[in-house]
Design a protein around this ligand. Sequence first.
Ligand code: FES
Length: 291
Amino acid sequence: MGAGSPRPLVGQFTEAVEPGLPFELRLPQGALPPTLNSAGRYFLARCSNDVGLERDCDWSLYLRRPLSVCSRQVRDQGDFWRVYPGIGQAVPRQDTADEIPDRVGMDPALLWLTRRRPGDPLNLLGPFGNGFPVPTEPHNLLIAVDVADDPAWFWQLYSLCEQSLDQGGRATILLRAGSENELAALIPWLPVQVEVRTATDEPEWLEQLRQTAAWADLICAGVPASRFGELRHVTGQSRIRTDSSFVQVLVKADLACGVGACLVCVVPTGRGGFTRACVHGPVFDLMELVD
Ligand code: FES
């Protein structure tokens, strides 16, 4: 490892990893400085064993995988981070007939994570990047997530509700989903104090966005890049003035090196250029990304 390279940390699983859900890691107390803005940042996890047959044979595990930070809690027993694997979309593979039946085709790194047990170690780099800002004074937070595009948006942003309430704020979450059943599965995860708005079609989503954006002090969004223009347009229409940093978006990008070296994470900016999501994001001011 060269001078200036990020130093690895060893975390511990506190629970088993279920595909499609966040999980908790315990990090050594005092290893990372306290910070409020952890949601949206990410670790790069080495999803393979240090030694042994697995390490020798399975090259697909060599690339570190991003774990998106949902929340952090420093408690007496340690420094606990809830993370969501930004990986694991099922990619059909023909060579996994001997795997667990319901996990055939799973991303190999996610499969490795699901085989860990509480107390097992996990080698991490990070946390990297910019997280969502959390105001320290009472505020009205709107969280807008397009679950119909990808349920990951919900898991990556839902902890912001609790963080906002902890700061004396008020939180509303607007969920766009493909069906009522999808919504019913997610809503119980939210604190009861959170106002929940839902939409299952496009006109309803735009109307709800218009209504809720009008009174919000800050919008944190998890939506595909194809919706950035619409988000800017609707929020601009709903308000007399839009402050800079009013809308913060998490972008979907491949996060591989975490230090701006490999360029796989570049995303277009509103001025016609490109920026690296790993170091300048993955949370951006929306105005940086649209005209
Ligand atoms: S992940 Fe390598 S440059 Fe961004």
